[in-house]
Design a binder for this molecule. Structure first.
Ligand code: ADP
Length: 319
């Protein structure tokens, strides 16, 4: 049998290290080729029974065939990736109205500036300076429209996450841009309360935006039936005493039904007739993937607050 594949070779260096640390057991997952030529995944174990003089050389080696569980795990990961993609597209669907509005703005402005430019040129004595200004505004608006389209393409394309150093407050601002129209049309007021001077986080921008957009849209939906008080979202960023960064989205909606409190983050849990129940579950997968935590509670007044924490890049340097 040869050790190869999935996790590379059997790591003999690690085995020796474990032997010199006097550890009584060692295990690793690897892939081997069996005598009849099949590739199987195995849990390779070494036991050095304590009560036996190990210098006498009694060592038990084990190969446990875990091919099936490894396949199941891979399948689960694939399914999760597909679900994340589907939910991302559903977020995209919810944003469609917003996007149409955002792109319409610069396009309308371009038409107006084009007409104005033509009028300046059509005069008996063309005004080149004014016409150039109109052209410059057209170029700026064309860039704006291009940026919006690029942002949408980033969300829609199935691409692997890219972790970069991010300014959390900027990510919040961009997420808000995506849902601005949606919030306006539902008469929701947004109060932004960003903490100044936050250290950066290491994460994928689109994934973080997706989390924030999900929380905002959920908050907006929780306020859809509220007519006796202001519909208000408060979005805060903070750093806690352990260095973790916190983002909270507080609404003045119907609040969390306590019967459901334990299930909110479960996949497919929804109380909405057209809900998919994937939003919060995906938020949790994303946030926990970065070593953070996400939770929810009812406000002392009406509504609920959803918040998440993320480790900041420089947290460890401060300790
Ligand atoms: P969906 O929005 O498709 O229902 P989510 O996973 O985003 O899926 O949300 C799951 C459930 O959590 C919602 O159906 C709702 O019952 C509850 N929920 C989410 N956000 C809020 C909120 N801001 N206020 C009250 N309940 C909420």
């Amino acid at each position: 049998m040869r050790g190869s594949g999935a996790s590379g070779q059997i790591r003999f260096g690690r085995i020796l290290e474990s032997r010199f640390k006097l550890e009584w057991s060692y295990h690793e997952e690897t892939r081997i080729v069996t005598l009849d030529g099949r590739r199987i995944d195995v849990l390779f174990t070494i036991a050095r029974p304590e009560h036996v003089d190990s210098d006498a050389g009694l060592v038990l080696y084990g190969f446990i065939d875990i091919t099936n569980s490894v396949r199941t795990r891979e399948k689960l990961q694939e399914l999760q990736a597909e679900l994340t993609h589907a939910a991302r597209l559903s977020v995209l669907g919810e944003l469609a109205a917003s996007i149409a509005h955002e792109v319409n703005h610069p396009i309308g402005a371009m038409a107006m500036n084009g007409e104005a430019g033509l009028r300046w040129l059509d005069r008996a004595e063309p005004n080149i300076a004014e016409a150039s200004d109109a052209m410059r505004r057209i170029v700026a608006d064309a860039r704006r429209a291009g940026d919006i389209v690029a942002r949408i393409r980033d969300v829609a394309l199935r691409r692997s996450p890219q972790q970069i150093s991010l300014a959390l407050n900027e990510v919040i601002g961009e997420a808000l841009q995506c849902v601005r129209y949606e919030l306006q049309s539902k008469r929701i007021r947004v109060l932004l309360d960003p903490a100044p001077g936050l250290p950066p986080v290491l994460a994928d921008k689109i994934q973080l935006q997706q989390v924030i957009v999900n929380l905002i849209i959920n908050g907006a939906q929780a306020m859809a039936t509220v007519d006796d008080r202001p519909r208000q979202l408060v979005i805060r960023s903070r750093q806690d005493e352990t260095g973790q960064l916190l983002v909270s989205v507080q609404d003045s909606g119907v609040g969390i039904n306590l019967e459901h409190a334990n299930r909110l983050f479960e996949a497919f849990f929804t109380t909405k007739s057209d809900g998919m129940g994937m939003g919060l579950s995906i938020c949790r997968t994303i946030i926990e993937g970065y070593g953070g935590r996400i939770w929810a509670s009812n406000n002392s007044g009406p509504g609920a607050t959803f918040q998440f924490s993320l480790p900041s890049i420089i947290r460890d340097d401060r300790r």
